[in-house]
Design a binder for this molecule. Structure first.
Ligand code: ADP
Ligand code: MG
Length: 224
């Protein structure tokens, strides 16, 4: 099987800080990979470089074998809306938009049909237990519900890889575990790979594969 995403020799430097000091990683379709490591070790930087939010200073990332480092900013921005889905700690929903509009946002920004986008978003909201809440705005949802909307947004456009940076960080233990269950189940249904940064051991323990980052390098890779 070919990796969906492959990183080779990733370097990223801020002044004299080597946030990434040479990272190689292969992510396969359906993989669930937890990225762990101390604060400041480079986890968020790695996620941002893998997903084309940041450009590496050295090395490259390949999506289905094609370099994303060679893409223009516009090209990488299109990738982020189509090939990738994102779940962040605070959900990062748009306060003015309804749950269904938030979940449909990557598709709406990509210029897809509004009805099709909202239809796909509603399907995912229903599968995630949010039927009847489609028209609510983020302020009218609990933290766990808002995270489900964020999961729907990450999945509704059927990305190849879902990136989550400390997605349970703002949730209580039980809600965080529920969120992880929902995320893993949904990813399995779509065949998407999941890359999840977490410092919560109970969350990392649920990933079949754990990669530890230390000082911008892969310290240990354990694969089931
Ligand atoms: P983690 O997510 O593991 O806590 P980060 O990837 O956020 O770590 O940061 C790795 C290192 O790079 C840290 O030393 C951090 O201070 C530094 N860093 C990250 N982003 C920036 C930035 N935009 N400007 C300067 N330094 C940064
Ligand atoms: Mg971080």
């Amino acid at each position: 099987m070919h990796p969906v995403l492959a990183a080779r020799g990733l370097l990223k430097t801020y002044g004299d800080v080597h946030a990434l000091a040479g990272v190689d990683i292969d992510i396969f379709p359906g993989d669930v990979l937890a990225v762990v490591g101390p604060s400041g070790s480079g986890k968020t930087t790695l996620l941002h470089v893998l997903s084309g939010i940041l450009r590496a200073d050295g090395g490259d990332v390949f999506l289905d074998g094609s370099s994303i480092g060679e893409l223009t900013e516009t090209g990488r921005s299109a990738l982020r809306r189509t090939a990738f889905g994102f779940v962040f700690q605070s959900g990062m929903l748009v306060a003015e938009l309804t749950a269904e509009e938030n979940a449909a946002l990557p598709m709406l920004l990509g210029g897809g049909s509004r009805e099709q986008a909202l239809g796909a978003a509603r399907q995912w909201l229903a599968r995630l237990g949010l039927q009847g809440m489609e028209k609510r705005r983020p302020g009218e949802l609990s933290g766990g519900q808002a995270q489900r909307v964020a999961i729907a947004r990450a999945l509704a456009h059927r990305p190849r890889v879902i990136f989550a940076d400390e997605p349970t960080g703002a949730l209580d233990t039980r809600t965080g575990q529920d969120m992880m269950t929902v995320l893993l189940q949904a990813a399995r249904e779509t065949g998407a790979a999941v890359v999840i940064v977490t410092h919560d051991k109970a969350i990392a323990d649920r990933a079949p594969r754990v990669v530890e980052i230390r000082d911008g390098r892969v310290a240990a890779g354990v694969r089931a």
